[in-house]
Design a protein around this ligand. Structure first.
Ligand code: URA
Length: 408
């Protein structure tokens, strides 16, 4: 029976709800083995899934755990998800902005694996910050201060956690249907009324082409419709890292600067303003220009930063103890010219090699290491000028990363 199901998918045929249910729940129960699930996942990667299969598998993932009921929280509760990128600390910035405008936001985030950093790792660089809130604590905190950023509770879509870990080591992560099922099962179980998904595309993202990003955008909206959830998407560039910093403590510090209004006009600030504006429109039903004015005012007035401090305190973090490594090496320009590109993927690889990310799930993270860019794409540089500062504990092999910057 199990091998018949694998074979059916290998031949490109559609699996029924019952077949998917038997297979995936069998995996959780231990009757379907890792090698059998890996084989089915690869067949799905190669042959894709029909919409019926995608809807069925999303339901199976959701039904593997609990679903939060947030209907008693006044107002439209929003949630936001990013498919992951280099230097992506948008959640740390957006959640306090929209919460300071009275839009409740409940964000369950993940750890990073490979070269994309996880929001939870960044928050854990704040000594004391709790990421393991119970469902009851999550609900109480949204009611009290309008914002929570915590780890994915084990009770929501536990199937995704198991399958994601296997996908990660079997080269089956970048399947658009599997990504859609993974994201939407967690988001629907999370109970928000409206969901915004930031789909990254480029060399530092899971999805390398605009076509795949558009396919994912269509799919997540269709799944949302099945559950009467409004899903909005933004497709954003991940060929260049977001902002100036990569590495956990460094990224929290950068998020603070943006929330204080100290950094304007860079790609990270622009994306955060766009995403926050979209969330405010979704929650309040206001016009985009009015929503954007509210977002800019939340930063200017200090309300957004005060909400960030309130969030950190509510989750027992001590922001005054955030620290970065004292050891620092500079990467200098080999010639004069204009910076044509900064490779997101190479910076991601460098940050993992420094210890800011994990290669395997069991690895521990060095929160104080990372890279701070001093230049952005389009800037002019002179030979010998500093392009980036590398904060390290163990001396890095920077010669492996000399072609991060393309200067013409
Ligand atoms: N983000 C998720 O939550 N799941 C995926 O499969 C990919 C990105």
């Amino acid at each position: 029976m199990i091998t018949d199901i694998i074979n059916k998918k290998r031949l490109g045929k559609e699996l029924s709800y019952h077949e998917l249910d038997v297979f995936f729940n069998g995996y959780l129960e231990g009757t379907v083995k890792d090698y059998q699930m890996s084989s089915l996942l690869m067949a799905i990667c190669i042959n894709g899934m029909t919409e019926e299969e995608i809807f069925a598998l999303t339901k199976i993932f959701i039904d593997s755990g609990d679903t939060l009921d947030l209907s008693f929280i006044p107002g439209v509760v929003v949630d936001k998800h990013s498919t992951g990128g280099i230097g992506d600390k948008t959640t740390l910035i957006i959640a306090p902005i929209v919460a300071s405008l009275g839009v409740p936001i409940l964000k369950m985030s993940g750890r990073g694996l490979g070269y994309t950093g996880g929001t939870i790792d960044k928050l854990e660089s704040i000594p004391g910050y709790r990421i393991d809130l119970s469902d009851e604590e999550v609900i109480k905190q949204v009611q009290d201060i309008g914002v929570v950023i915590t780890g994915q509770t084990t009770s929501l879509a536990p199937m995704d956690k198991e399958i994601y870990a296997l996908r990660d080591v079997t080269a089956t992560v970048s399947s658009v249907p599997l990504i859609a099922v993974s994201i939407m099962s967690k988001k629907i179980a999370g109970g928000a009324d409206k969901i915004l998904i930031d789909i990254k595309v480029g060399n530092g993202a899971l999805l390398k082409t605009k076509k795949e990003a558009q396919e994912l955008s269509i799919l997540v909206k269709k799944i949302g419709k099945v559950y009467q959830k409004e899903v909005h998407t933004i497709i954003s560039d991940m060929n260049t890292p977001l902002g100036y910093c990569i590495g956990n403590s460094l990224e929290v510090m950068e998020a603070q600067r943006i929330l204080k209004g100290e950094e304007i006009g860079n790609n990270l600030t622009k994306l955060c303003i766009d995403l926050s504006t979209e969330l405010v429109c979704m929650a309040k039903g206001v016009l985009p220009q009015d929503a954007q004015d509210m977002v800019l005012q939340a930063i200017k007035s200090g309300d957004a930063y005060r909400k960030f401090l309130e969030l950190v305190e509510a989750q027992h973090g001590d922001i005054t103890r955030l620290s970065i490594s004292k050891k620092c090496k500079e990467i200098k320009a080999k010639k004069s010219g204009t910076i044509e590109s900064i490779s997101a993927i190479k910076l991601g690889e460098l940050s993992v090699s420094l210890g800011a990310g994990r290669i395997s799930k069991e690895d521990s993270i060095d929160y104080g290491v990372g890279i701070e860019l001093t230049k952005q794409v389009g800037d002019n540089v002179k030979k010998g000028e500093v392009l980036a500062k590398v904060y390290y504990k163990k001396i890095p092999h920077l010669q492996d990363f000399e072609d991060i910057f393309t200067i013409s």
